[in-house]
Design a protein around this ligand. Structure first.
Ligand code: ATP
Ligand code: MN
Length: 463
């Protein structure tokens, strides 16, 4: 018999009586008298293919090796399945074991292993139902991101990973160096002499592509960058990674209003796309991870986000009567408990806060005429808190320079960024969406370590 290799995804509407050949990994094997049932998955979709092996069809030696985790090939005939979950199954005629997986030592034996445990076997966790679903959703969100921006004529820019400027003036940077750390060259004052280093200055892993992408917005109008970013913040929370992926659009001739519109349109587009294209995976998340996940997404896709100034939000929080762990007062940076109160208790949908006190925001945000606030906009989501941070940028040279001096930022490494304000400066705005925060939101997963292939967090860069 001639077999044609197929992906499990494409088999569901195969005609009974036809033949098929599949490759994949065994999820489980169940034996009943005279018959074996094997669940095989190749990652092409959520569902496993059920393979039925009747007594005597395959050598006993082969059957023994068909255990959880084994890598196999099956050939056989597509037949209608009596099981309600699946339209078809494969009646095996041949099998090949590429790689057995010893049941005594294969770490992922049964369902229900904790996510903490699975992080310790991150090289194998991708074969489980949950991580299969997570990474298909992650893939889809990435693809939908490019689709969204490309359909709107945005230029995709590859901003550098290694950077000399600290985007926020906020520390939290990883230094990139080839100096001998045992015995680095020193300046006469005894400091490490980064002038002798590879880049002839101290260089870092980027915390954001924004400053670089702004240059491109001043030539291509609408641009975005989508890449890894790095923060050495020692915050062991379920929402922070040391390495994460960020999508950062930037638009010239765009004020904070247009920026909010883009952010809202983009988030809804992502949600709609995932609802349409990952329905099986989402159904799994609804059943096993977070019961409200699909209804929340459907609601968000249709409702409009609440927009209000920071000052207003502070007033609501002060009047709430809630006892927060962190105090609320005008000038305070909002903590996730505050963000969640606003999104979950007050508005029950995403909220865009604007016009934050300048003291708690980055130097490049455009100052309002009140002298106290800047044109920042953070999008807060229920369950997650901050999912997007953005702003209209300060395009006035003098104002920007004064602000940098006020903050004690050395303008020297930013000379080119300041130059953008000297030559043909357009008003412009942009924002950053943390991809992993978005995946948390869409899947209902609780820990950011479980939505990135190999998480980097304080004390952990294994795998
Ligand atoms: P937070 O207050 O939650 O630490 P932030 O204000 O430092 O966030 P921004 O610098 O505005 O965040 O970064 C833009 C977006 O990047 C955030 O809205 C969030 O989605 C994401 N993000 C920021 N820091 C992290 C991190 N350490 N791990 C994962 N995502 C992050
Ligand atoms: Mn942060």
């Amino acid at each position: 018999m001639d077999y044609r290799r197929q992906y499990i995804r494409d088999l569901w509407d195969a005609t009974p009586g036809t033949s098929a050949e599949v490759y994949g990994w065994v999820k489980t094997r169940r034996d009943s008298k005279g018959i074996h049932f094997v669940q095989v998955n190749d990652g092409s979709c959520f569902r496993d293919l059920q393979v039925v092996i009747e007594e005597g069809v395959l050598p006993e030696e082969t059957i023994k090796q068909i255990t959880t985790g084994a890598c196999v090939r099956f050939c056989g005939e597509i037949v209608e399945s009596p099981a309600p979950k699946q339209p078809i199954e494969l009646k095996a005629k041949e099998a090949e074991i590429f790689g057995p997986a010893d049941p005594e030592t294969y770490p992922i034996q049964k369902k229900g292993a904790s996510f903490e445990f699975l992080r310790e076997v991150a090289h194998l966790r991708v074969r489980t139902n949950t991580f299969g679903a997570v990474f298909r959703v992650r893939n889809r969100l990435s693809w939908a991101t490019h689709k969204f921006f490309q359909e709107r004529g945005f230029l995709y820019v590859h901003t550098p990973i290694i950077s000399a400027s600290d985007c926020e003036g906020a520390g939290q940077l990883f230094t990139v160096t080839t100096l001998d750390i045992e015995n680095p060259p020193r300046t006469p004052e005894g400091k490490v002499d980064f002038g002798e280093d590879f880049f002839a200055r101290q260089a870092y892993l980027t915390v954001s592509g924004q400053l670089n992408v702004e240059c491109f917005a001043q030539a291509f109008t609408n641009v975005y960058t989508f890449g890894p970013t790095f923060r050495a913040e020692n915050s062991n929370t379920p929402r922070h990674l040391a390495e994460f992926w960020m999508i950062e659009p930037e638009q010239a001739f765009c004020d904070i209003e247009g920026n909010m519109n883009l952010a809202e349109e983009y988030l809804k587009y992502l949600i709609q796309d995932v609802l349409e294209n990952c329905s099986e995976d989402l159904e799994f998340f609804r059943q096993r991870i977070e019961p409200t996940v699909i209804e929340t997404l459907e609601n968000v896709a249709e409702s409009s986000f609440e927009r209000l100034p920071y000052t207003e939000a502070i007033r609501i929080l002060e009047k709430s009567g809630e006892s927060f762990e962190f105090p609320v007062y005008w000038g305070a940076d909002l903590q996730s408990e505050h963000e969640r109160y606003l999104t979950e208790k007050v508005f029950r949908k995403p909220v865009i806060l604007t016009d934050y006190p300048k003291e708690i925001k980055a130097f490049y945000m455009r100052q309002n005429d009140d002298g106290k606030t800047v044109r920042a906009m953070d999008v807060l989501a229920p369950r997650i808190g901050e999912i997007i941070g953005g702003s209209q940028r300060e395009e006035r040279y003098d104002v920007l320079l004064d602000r940098m001096k006020e903050l004690g930022l050395d303008p020297e490494p930013y000379w080119w960024y300041l130059d953008l304000r000297r030559f043909g400066a357009a008003p412009h705005s942009g924002f950053g969406l943390g991809l992993e925060r978005m995946i948390l939101y869409v899947t209902g997963m609780k820990n950011i370590r479980d939505v990135i292939p190999f998480p980097r967090t304080p004390g952990n860069a294994d795998f």
